[in-house]
Design a protein around this ligand. Sequence first.
Ligand SMILES: [Zn+2]
Ligand SMILES: [Zn+2]
Length: 315
Amino acid sequence: MKTTTDLPVQGTQTPQFTEADKITGRSKIGSWFSGDKMFIAMHFIPLAAIYTGVTWKAVVLCIVSYWVRMFFVTAAYHRYFAHRSFETSRIFQFILAFGAETTGQKGVLWWSGHHRGHHKHSDTDLDIHSMKKLGFYESHIGWIFKKENKRVPIEDIQDFAKYPEIRFISKHDWIAPWTLGVVSFLIAGWPGLWIGFFLSTLITYHSTFTINSLTHKWGSKRYETGDESRNHWLLAITTMGEGWHNNHHYYQASARMGFYWWEIDMTYYILRFLGLFGLVWNFKEVPKAIKAKTIASQQANQSPAPREQVLAAGQ
Ligand SMILES: [Zn+2]
Ligand SMILES: [Zn+2]
C-alpha cells in the first residue's frame, strides 16, 4: 500500500536542513572504517580464525552478539527511528541508536530515512531495494553500493535529525561497531575479534538484508498491500519478528509485527519487558477493528479490505 499516513514526516526539505550533506559526510577515518571496502573485507576477515583457532568463548560471544544486535536492528533502526512505534527518553534514544550502529549498518539517519522511502514507494520504480523490480542481488546487497543511495535522505528523517547527538552518531557511524570490535577482543582475544565480532556482524548483515529481499518474495500474503510483501515464520524467527513483513506493510505504525499470539515476535516481547522498567512506553498497537476484520475475512476465505476502509468502518 503506497500510503504515507504512518510516516510522521514526509515531503520536502526545509531550509534548516539544506546543509544535510554535512551530516552524510564522513570523516576520513570514518570512510575507511565503515566504507564499502571494509564492508566487502568483512566477508573474508572471519577466515583469519584459521590462524588463531576458534574458542568456545568466541562462539558464545558470536551467538549472543548476533541476537542482541538483531534486537537493536529491529527495535531501534526499524520500529523506533523509522516508524516511531513507541516512545522513549532522549538518553535511551541515544542508546538505541548506538546499539543499532554496532551492527555496522551505517548511521541511524541513513538507515531509517531510506526505510521510510521503501514504504512510500514499495515495489515501484522508486523503491531503491525492490526485489520485484531489481531482483535478489540488488535488493539484498547491491543497492548499498550505488552512489545515489549513499546520501542520508534527510528530508524523510527530519524529526530525528534535529537532535545533535543523533546527527553526531550518524555522521561518525564507525564509532559504535569498532567500539564493539575492541570490546570483543578484550573479552575473547583474537578469536573473539574474528568470530565474536566479525563473523557475528556478517551474519547480522545478511539476516537483516533478507527482509529487503526474501520477505518480498517468500511466504504468504495475508493482506493486499499493493506490493509483494509477505509473511514467513522462519524469517520471523531469524530476525526476531521482522518476517511478519506483510502484516507490517499493512499496518506500519504498530510496535508489534506478529499480529496474533501464534506469530512469534521476539522484539515486541523484549520491548514490552523493557516497558516494565519504564525505559520505553506508549506502544502503538494494531487496532481491534483490523484484527477482527482479518479473522472474519479469513473465515470467509477472502482477502481483508484495504486498511483505511477497515479503520473507517471500525470507528
Ligand atoms: Zn518498515
Ligand atoms: Zn518491505
